[in-house]
Design a protein around this ligand. Structure first.
Ligand SMILES: Nc1nc2c(c(=O)[nH]1)N[C@H]1C(S)=C(S)[C@@H](COP(=O)(O)OP(=O)(O)OC[C@H]3O[C@@H](n4cnc5c(N)ncnc54)[C@H](O)[C@@H]3O)O[C@H]1N2
Ligand code: MOO
Length: 401
């Protein structure tokens, strides 16, 4: 049995992003990871542009004592003025419109008096370049706008659009096959016999995988037969899955077959047990590039192990940056001394006005209780052999939301 940290090193920290890439339209690009640099195909703005509504003119014509200027035309966004602005002249201009030739500044309309004869009398002086956005002030053609490996934010997507890209090449989503195992399992909504239960864990695990950037291949439910489980594994391998996840059958009972299947398929084992509660019977390994994760069957065990290991693994494979797993909090209640395994207690965390997070374990910690797991918004992490601790003591939590 190895520690949580060592298991994390072997499974998560050893993983590298997958190499498959796909092209996606911009509308689907947010949140994806760029697979190549994005260069500007154009200069932005492509022309000197007005930053304000007002009048384009020559700054030397807009100094006290002010003289009237003749307004010779208009430049609007999308429809520039064709002529040139000479001495004693001005052009009505709007935000985003091209600065006409000859002009070198914009007088905002609040500082301009239009007279009955149509001429313009400035009320304030302007400096050369005032309220003008020079061509290329945002970026020039050829500039690298976004770098390979970046996770695309909404702003980055907009920048790619402005750079002239209708689609982007991004990393493919890691393909994660999920197989529930157990003779007792039926799908939700199906007829359920005596001594059967509903296969619920896969739904929670799939949601975690998808939130981490993976895509799910739902293998359904396998009976407790080695050959049946192994054939799902073989198919996942043949389909080029990046990860094959089993649920249940990871422990030591006669019908717990995942270890046997791993052995039969010569899985390169990373670990077979982790010193944690819940989730001790957690297995991991690889065959070639495909990672295998055997999650324990108890619902809270499955979800805790998937939160701690599978989701960060998928983030890694997806090329997303790692996130710190834990954060600081204080205890909202006294807690007893811990045993030898790292304990992850299903808990409620609340944030005080001063930002302090206060965490209180829920009253029942049995790993079969999904009602408790779903009510929790955090896991209180207790180190192996931790002493009992009083309310108010510092601690670490893992967010579940
Ligand atoms: N003698 C020992 N017995 C057990 C040990 C041990 O060390 N020695 N470990 C216990 C721990 S800890 C856990 S956790 C469980 C996990 O064992 P398995 O991974 O083999 O899980 P199963 O036996 O297949 O199932 C356990 C439990 O969970 C239910 N289950 C299974 N799959 C699903 C699913 N997809 N959705 C909902 N519920 C599921 C299953 O019906 C069982 O009730 O082993 C302990 N035993
Ligand atoms: O750790 Mo099991 O995962 O205690 O229920």
């Amino acid at each position: 049995m190895i520690s949580v940290d060592e298991a994390h090193r072997r499974l998560v920290e050893a993983a590298r992003p997958i190499r498959r890439t796909v092209c996606v339209p911009l509308r689907e690009a947010a949140g994806r990871v760029l697979a190549e640099d994005v260069l500007a195909t154009r200069t932005q703005p492509g022309f000197d542009a007005s930053a304000m509504d007002g009048y384009a003119l020559q700054a030397t014509d807009c100094q006290a004592p002010f003289q009237p200027l003749m307004v010779i035309g208009e430049s609007a966004a999308g429809r520039g003025f064709d002529g040139a602005v000479g001495p004693g002249e001005a052009v009505r201009i709007f935000t985003g419109a091209p600065l006409p030739q000859g002009a070198d500044a914009v007088l905002i309309q609040e500082d301009a008096e239009r007279r009955d004869d149509g001429s313009l009398l400035p009320q304030e002086a302007v400096t050369k370049g005032q309220h003008v956005r020079p061509a290329g002030i945002d970026f020039a053609a050829g500039r690298r706008l976004l770098e390979t490996g970046l996770r695309l934010s909404p702003g980055a997507v907009a920048l790619a659009a402005s750079g002239g890209h209708p689609q982007l090449r991004v990393l493919d989503r890691p393909k994660v096959a999920v197989l529930a195992t157990g003779d007792e399992l039926v799908e939700p909504g199906a007829a359920i016999g005596p001594s059967q239960i509903i296969a619920s864990n896969g739904y929670g695990v799939a949601a975690l995988v998808e939130a981490a950037g993976g895509t799910i291949i739902d293998c359904g439910i396998a009976r407790d037969r080695e050959d049946e489980i192994a054939s799902h594994l073989d198919r996942a391998l043949a389909e080029g899955c990046d990860c094959f996840v089993t649920i249940g059958g990871a422990s030591v009972g006669d019908h717990d077959l995942i270890g046997k299947v791993f052995a039969a398929r010569k899985v390169d084992i990373a670990f077979l047990k982790v010193a944690m509660r819940p989730g001790k019977p957690l297995m991991a390994g690889r065959i070639g590039d495909m990672r295998l994760v055997g999650l324990p069957g108890n619902p809270a065990s499955s979800m805790v192990a998937a939160t701690l290991f599978l989701a960060p693994l998928v983030r890694r494979l997806a090329g997303r940056p790692d996130r710190p797993l834990t954060r600081a909090a204080i205890l909202g209640a006294d807690v007893p001394a811990n045993g030898q395994r790292t304990d992850f207690m299903r808990s409620l965390a609340t944030t005080r006005d001063d930002g302090t997070i206060v965490v209180t374990p829920l009253p029942r910690q049995d790993s079969s209780l999904l009602s408790i797991y779903a009510a929790a918004n955090a896991l209180l992490m207790r180190a192996p052999d931790a002493q009992s601790a009083r309310a108010g003591a510092p601690c670490r939590i893992i967010d579940l939301a």
